[in-house]
Design a protein around this ligand. Structure first.
Ligand code: NAD
Ligand code: DAU
Length: 338
């Protein structure tokens, strides 16, 4: 199979390229990425001498760039997105441009090229806050922030291409994913790298918001399985089903690093904070997927990677990152919202 993997230089996309080329030695990948602040060529260093991989720097919203690439492949796997909730509260425009308009350009190109499969990487956030029980794939979409609203809009567009045009789409909705190469704006790498520098860990509100942390390799395995074995037009939830709240996450990280719990600092809450995500992933289990990393292994593998790869994250936590940090956390430290 020849794949077009968009958003290949980001966190999950780069892990997926690594995982997929290892698991499918006869397949090849064209990797496309705009290289926004979150995209990093260094995440793809493992492909440097691999003839099965070709990198193209482009925007998924650029018809002229995307069209010819979809003609060269059998399938598209779309990771390209603006992905951070807090940034969507500060600057929502790019979220609509990429997660809705860009996605539409990619869908049109895939339809015109007649690709055999279009896999859209989506998120549990589209179900919104789930106060109790589990959201299955038929649960209503109820996004509550601009990021998740743009992803939900994207999901509806993708499904419309199945119903209207018969484009063989598959959607995966993954839980909060952690592991190597995650940009340190997201809670886990932020907490680990702040702790390594003896800096405070900013806990939003009471720190009782629950997430279902999933190891990135397990998420990549689920996406690859859905790509090959998923039914056209279908949605597959990808959850770990082991919930933990922010204070518990911070406690585990600080314990693993031998740092004091006093580094936790409660700050103003995220507006529209979804306090719980939880999904029923039994549909994916029927395809044969099981996670390989439990919560302990997921957190430990992640913490150790950041401990051992300071040369990757330290240059990122400078310049524009610090400007973002001040914008997002300054008002929260003052007890207001940005
Ligand atoms: P990320 O922010 O680390 O990476 C996104 C990548 O997309 C970056 O390399 C960026 O340069 C690229 N990109 C952004 N806009 C682009 C554009 N217009 N054209 C081409 N490339 C563009 O994100 P991530 O955490 O790796 O998430 C990847 C996908 O998985 C997203 O669609 C996200 O919604 C979804 N997802 C993420 C998680 C999670 O916990 N991280 C969980 C479930 C689903
Ligand atoms: O669940 C899937 C989603 O997971 C993905 O779709 C998103 O792309 C990804 O960013 C992630 O979204 P979350 O909102 O769950 O992740 P984040 O790391 O931003 O926050 C996780 C929890 O930690 C949330 O309850 C807010 C809290 N938090 C976050 C940050 C950044 C803090 O308490 N302090 C922080 O500084």
């Amino acid at each position: 199979m020849r794949l077009l993997v968009t958003g290949c230089a980001g966190f999950i996309g780069s892990n997926f390229v690594r995982y997929y080329l290892r698991q499918h030695p006869d397949d090849s990948i064209i990797g496309l990425d705009k290289l926004t602040y979150a995209g990093n060529r260094a995440n793809l260093a493992h492909t440097d001498n691999d003839p099965r991989f070709r990198f193209v720097q482009a925007d998924i919203a650029d018809r002229d760039a995307v069209g010819p690439l979809t003609e060269e492949v059998d399938a598209v796997v779309n990771f390209a997105a603006e992905s951070h909730v807090d940034r969507s509260l500060l600057d929502p425009d790019a979220f609509i441009r990429t997660n809705v308009v860009g996605l539409h350009v990619l869908l049109e190109a895939a339809r015109q090229a007649g690709v055999q499969r279009f896999l859209q990487v989506s998120t549990d956030e589209v179900y919104g806050h789930v106060p109790a029980g589990l959201a299955d794939e038929c649960a209503p979409l109820a996004p509550r922030n601009p990021y998740s609203a743009s992803k939900a809009g994207g999901d509806l567009l993708v499904q419309s291409y199945w119903h209207s045009h018969g484009l063989p789409v598959v959607l995966t909705r993954g839980a909060n994913t952690i592991g190597p190469y995650q940009y340190p704006e997201k809670v886990t790498p932020l907490f680990v790298t702040n702790a390594l520098d003896d800096q405070p860990l900013p806990i939003y509100g009471q720190g009782t918001a629950v997430r279902d942390y999933l190891y990135v390799e397990d998420h990549c395995a689920a996406i690859a399985l859905a790509l090959h074995a998923g039914a056209a037009g279908e949605v597959y939830n990808v959850g770990a089903n082991e919930e933990v709240n922010t204070v518990e996450l911070a406690t585990r990280i600080l314990d693993l690093l031998g740092k004091p719990q006093t580094l936790m600092q409660h700050v103003g809450d995220r507006p529209g904070h979804d306090y719980r995500y939880s999904m029923d992933s039994s549909r994916l289990h029927t395809l044969g997927w099981q996670r390989r990393y439990d919560l302990d292994a997921t957190i430990e593998a992640t913490v150790r990677w950041y401990q051992e790869n300071e040369s990757w994250w330290r240059p990122i936590k400078s310049g524009a990152f610090l400007e973002y940090y001040r914008r997002n956390y300054g008002p929260k430290l003052a007890g207001t919202t940005p």
